[in-house]
Design a binder for this molecule. Structure first.
Ligand code: FES
Length: 194
C-alpha cells in the first residue's frame, strides 16, 4: 500500500507539468514544524473507526436490552388491578379477535376467541420493543409487524423472532350472564418460552 503511494509520488515529482515540486519547496518549512505521517494517520483513523463501530454496537445493544428490561419491570410492577368488563366479548366469533383497554385507558389489549371457542387475552405490547401485536387470522397467531415476531394465541409464548419473553397475559372471568371481564394482568415470564 505505502510502496504504491511512494511510486505515485515519484511519478508526480518526475512529471514536468506537475507543480508538486514548487508546492513541496514552499511548504517544506511548515512540514518540518508540523510533521505529518500519512500512513500513521490512516492507521489511527482505522483504529478510531473500529472503536467507533464497537462503541455504537454496544450502545445499541445496551439500549435495546434496557428498553425490554424496563417494559418487563413496568409490567411486573402493576399494582392490584380492578376488574373491567370487555364490551362485545360475548359475541366474539371463534377464530377472531377484539381490541380493548386494560388495566387503564392507555393500555391496549387484545382478546382472542380461538377456533375451539376458548377465550385468551394479552397486553398488546410486543415484549421486544413494544410495537402493537395483532391477531393474524389465517395463521391463528399473534404477530408483530416491526421485526417479524410471533406469539402463540393460546399461551402468548414466543413462536419465533426477537421477542425475549411471552406476552403479558390478562386474566379473564366469564360471568353467569355470559359477560367477559378482565380481572388481572400477569407479566409474561421467560420460563414460558418454547
Ligand atoms: S417490536 Fe415486536 S418483534 Fe420487535
Amino acid at each position: 500500500m505505502s510502496s504504491n503511494l511512494d511510486n505515485t509520488i515519484k511519478k508526480v515529482l518526475a512529471d514536468d507539468r506537475s507543480d508538486e515540486n514548487d508546492v513541496r519547496a514552499a511548504t517544506a518549512p511548515h512540514q518540518r514544524d508540523f510533521p505529518y505521517d500519512r500512513e500513521e494517520e490512516a492507521q489511527v483513523t482505522r483504529r478510531e473507526f473500529c472503536n467507533f463501530l464497537g462503541l455504537t454496537s454496544a450502545a445499541l445493544f445496551v439500549g435495546a436490552a434496557g428498553f425490554a428490561g424496563k417494559a418487563a419491570i413496568d409490567a411486573r410492577d402493576t399494582p392490584q388491578l380492578s376488574s373491567a368488563r370487555i364490551e362485545g366479548a360475548e359475541a366474539l366469533a371463534p377464530g377472531s379477535s377484539l381490541n380493548f383497554r386494560y388495566p387503564t385507558d392507555k393500555d391496549s389489549a387484545i382478546l382472542i376467541r380461538t377456533l375451539d371457542g376458548e377465550l385468551h387475552a394479552f397486553g398488546q405490547k410486543c415484549t421486544h420493543l413494544s410495537c402493537p401485536v395483532y391477531f393474524e387470522r389465517s395463521h391463528q397467531r399473534l404477530e408483530c409487524p416491526c421485526h417479524d415476531g410471533a406469539f402463540d394465541a393460546k399461551t402468548g409464548n414466543v413462536l419465533y423472532g426477537p421477542p425475549p419473553r411471552p406476552l403479558d397475559s390478562i386474566k379473564l372471568d366469564v360471568r353467569s350472564d355470559g359477560a367477559v371481564w378482565a380481572i388481572g394482568r400477569e407479566a409474561g415470564s421467560s420460563e414460558g418460552l418454547i
